[in-house]
Design a protein around this ligand. Structure first.
Ligand code: PGA
Length: 229
């Protein structure tokens, strides 16, 4: 099981240092990947780290960008790509280039896909997700593809407390696995220590991407314990 923690834009450096002490105490037999802000990625720790985003470009004249090479040099092995809170400002081509840059630097992309509420209501969930997966399914070589982790995050479930039914989640996970049978697939969107008992009944989920829960180490520990039961 993989559990990725998306801190989003939370914690000053001082707050993060205190928070990190609690995360370092967490026990979990699976793989925990902590994705703090860029600033906090430079704090030394034995916890496995991921970035929340990466530049689509190599090093160079790209003001404000952080490249995969720079992240990799810090020992960072993962990066979220295409989170719905960023997708509005990123094109599919940029997302594909972000994935490329990560793979070139031996890093693992965690590609977020997911439908909006209106897509689900129109019955176009799979069409939308199929398009979002296209960069991986159509443009990556077969031997590169399985190095991408997919996170299914219905946009309407992120930070809302509203969560799809197990059947709805399973249908999408199965759809993703039908296109990418060798890839790990995570679920994200309001997963917490209360609904994990229900979520973990879904077959085929390889882990979770959690936002709000990542900020509360005590609740996160309960979540991880229940997940491991
Ligand atoms: P949430 O966020 O767990 O707070 O819903 C998940 C995410 O945005 O990755």
């Amino acid at each position: 099981m993989i559990v990725a923690l998306n801190n989003k834009s939370n914690f000053t450096r001082d707050e993060y240092v205190e928070y990190l002490k609690e995360i370092e105490e967490i026990t979990f037999k699976g793989k925990l990947i902590l994705c703090p802000t860029y600033l906090n990625l430079t704090v030394k720790t034995d916890v496995i780290l991921g970035a929340q985003d990466v530049s689509p470009y190599e090093d160079g004249s790209h003001t404000g960008e952080i490249s995969a090479r720079q992240l990799s040099a810090l020992g960072i092995k993962y990066s979220i790509v295409g989170h719905s809170e960023r997708r509005l400002s990123e094109t599919e081509e940029e997302l594909f280039n972000e994935i490329r840059r990560l793979l070139e630097n031996n890093m693992t992309p965690i590609l977020c896909v997911g439908e909006r509420k209106a897509d689900r209501e129109k019955g176009s969930t799979k069409a939308v997700i199929g398009n979002q997966l296209a960069s991986v399914t159509n443009y990556l070589m077969e031997n590169e593809r399985s190095n991408v982790i997919i996170a299914y995050e219905p946009v309407w479930a992120i930070g809302t407390g509203e969560i799809p039914t197990n059947e709805q989640i399973k249908e999408v996970i199965d759809f993703i696995k039908s296109k990418l049978p060798n890839n790990k697939v995570l679920y994200g969107g309001s997963a917490n220590e209360e609904n994990i008992d229900t979520l973990k009944e879904i077959e085929g989920i390889d882990g979770y991407l959690v936002g709000g829960l990542s900020l509360k180490p005590d609740k996160l520990q309960i979540f991880l314990d229940k997940l491991s039961e």
